[in-house]
Write a protein that binds this ligand. Structure first.
Ligand SMILES: [Zn+2]
Length: 169
């Protein structure tokens, strides 16, 4: 993984292939990062404004879906999406544990376990998904301000081609 510093208004050139494989790029996916620009704390409430920088990068048809999926939970809006995802997981685990414990005739002895375990597993899976998605992000905005942006590219060959194209040393 390598990082580069670019001017915020600089035209960014991308190699003409997917960030995840060497196939021809046919589509774009986007990474974004939200900065807190103003934060005011009042006695009963807080007021804040944010600014989001979107960075689009080329992907092939195959990886378009994967990339969109990887970046989705990091939008503010899809926090509710992960809640739904967590609830569905919980329902599945809950039903599954009920079935398994009943099969062994243990549903009365292990009642607490049947209640708690699905919650723990569902929360665990959602958290794991977040961490895993961050780890798999092919392109990340490490930092951005009014003048500059620092982006990280995971793919080494891609990173080198990117630097050449944008005349960075
Ligand atoms: Zn690809």
């Amino acid at each position: 993984m390598g990082s580069v510093l670019l001017g915020l208004n600089q035209q960014i050139k991308w190699p003409n292939y997917c960030v995840l494989c060497n196939k021809e790029a046919t589509d774009w996916s986007a990474a974004s990062k939200t900065n807190l620009t103003n934060f005011k704390y009042y006695v009963v409430a807080v007021k804040y404004t944010t600014q989001t920088y979107n960075l689009t990068f080329p992907v092939c048809t195959k990886h378009k879906r994967l990339c969109d999926l990887l970046y989705k939970p990091f939008d503010f809006i899809s926090l509710s999406g992960s809640l739904v995802f967590g609830l569905i997981l919980w329902a599945i685990f809950f039903a599954l544990f009920h079935l398994i414990f009943r099969l062994f005739g243990l549903e009365t002895i292990a009642k607490d376990l049947i209640d708690i375990l699905p919650v723990v597993l569902a929360v665990g899976f959602v958290l794991f998904y977040y961490v895993y998605a961050i780890f798999l992000h092919p392109v990340q905005i490490a930092y951005w301000s009014e003048n500059s942006i620092t982006i990280s590219i995971r793919n080494k060959k891609y990173f080198n081609d990117f630097k050449l194209l944008n005349r960075l040393t």
